[in-house]
Design a protein around this ligand. Structure first.
Ligand code: FDA
Length: 318
């Protein structure tokens, strides 16, 4: 992991910094590189372009750590409208790929998980509302992974709803010590697991700290998922796991309909297109909305070179 990452993630929690940085318009290059825009119309234009380029999409309405019930309800309402709009998009044929090309990604903390009274139950109920709508629209839903204090509650919600919605996906973070065992528990038939490295600031008691340890853990987890009976979603821009996924798929005769690559909007687009051109399933995670601060600071922390662009945007604003 890059040495500046914990520092950037810690600094990002400062309210003063947040006030200064959120003054940057969403149109600034650094925001626009990673975020499709503030409105659903911006998002739909970006999703249409991605689908027309042979890639699939997973859309995230930005927002997290909601402590207000009205805000959680407003998030549910926005996701319901989003699912409607996504369902109306043309779906260009992708040879050999049978899964829904359109998905939404959702953070349970945006649906009320952190509310002081009955948070997890409220988030579960809100997710049930989204899944019911998504099932009618042939849109998939995957639940994002947040910081480690939420992992057990989030996986409990996913387990509960999978009875009704077996296609409901979950995200596992390879940097957590517990994840290899979670992969074993969740590699059963039809289970959709998005495996990522993990983007939060986590203590050594629960998470690997060195980049090489995280990559090694990712490869062990990937081995479990690709050898299992579920549907692995290989969420990484790192050439090492990407190549390992291709090798494991070939070994276990997993075709393009039985796993997919996933990358973030604005990162390694040429590699996304290269993989799609080989006939692989490639999905791009596309965020939109005005609450981009937390998402963007995680992207900056992953790659301090991005910070230079951000600082330039700040200077040009003042
Ligand atoms: P790594 O960080 O080693 O990067 C490999 C290469 O990718 C870099 O050398 C660089 O070329 C490029 N790259 C990576 N990040 C970049 C950036 N920000 N800007 C520019 N280039 C960059 N995390 C989480 O905790 N919970 C979640 O729910 C999700 N969900 C999720 C969905 C999807 C589809 C993806 C791809 C990722 C996530 N993540 C996530 C984020 C994930 O945990 C991780 O932080 C990033 O993907 C970066 O890790 P890589 O595996 O790409 O490797």
């Amino acid at each position: 992991m890059n040495p500046l990452r914990p520092l950037i993630l810690a600094a990002a929690e400062s309210p003063r910094l947040k006030r200064a940085l959120t003054g940057i318009p969403v149109t600034a290059d650094i925001v626009r590189r990673f975020v499709a825009g503030e409105t659903r119309a911006d998002l739909i234009a970006a999703a249409r372009a991605l689908l027309n380029s042979g890639r699939m999409v997973s859309v995230d309405f930005l927002g997290e750590n909601t402590t207000d019930r009205n805000q959680a309800d407003a998030t549910v309402a926005e996701y319901l409208s989003l699912i409607n709009d996504l369902a109306a998009l043309d779906r260009p044929a992708l040879p050999g790929i049978v899964v829904p090309p359109v998905e939404v990604s959702v953070k349970l903390s945006a649906l009320g998980q952190a509310l002081p009274v009955d948070g997890p139950a409220i988030a579960t109920e809100n997710l049930r509302i989204l899944c019911t709508k998504a099932a009618q629209a042939d849109v998939w839903v995957t639940v994002d992974a947040e910081d480690h204090t939420t992992t057990a509650a989030t996986l409990a919600t996913v387990r509960e709803l999978r009875g009704e919605f077996p296609w409901l996906g979950a995200v596992l973070q390879a940097y957590l010590h517990r994840t290899e065992s979670d992969c074993r528990a969740l590699a059963g038939p039809g289970s959709r697991i998005r495996l990522c490295k993990g983007a939060y600031r986590e203590p050594p008691e629960v998470a690997f700290q060195r980049a090489s340890e995280v990559t090694d853990s990712y490869l062990r987890c990937l081995d479990v998922l690709m050898g299992g009976e579920g549907y692995p979603m290989v969420a990484s821009h790192d050439p090492v796991p990407i190549a390992a996924a291709a090798d494991l798929a070939a070994e276990s005769d997993r075709g393009a309909d039985r796993f997919e690559y996933q990358m973030l909007y604005g990162i390694r687009s040429a590699e996304q297109l290269r993989l799609a051109a080989t006939g692989s399933a490639v999905r791009v995670y596309v965020p939109y909305g005005s609450q981009w601060y937390g998402y963007l600071t995680r992207r900056l922390a992953e790659r301090p070179a991005n910070l230079a662009f951000f600082l330039r945007a700040l200077v040009s604003k003042s």
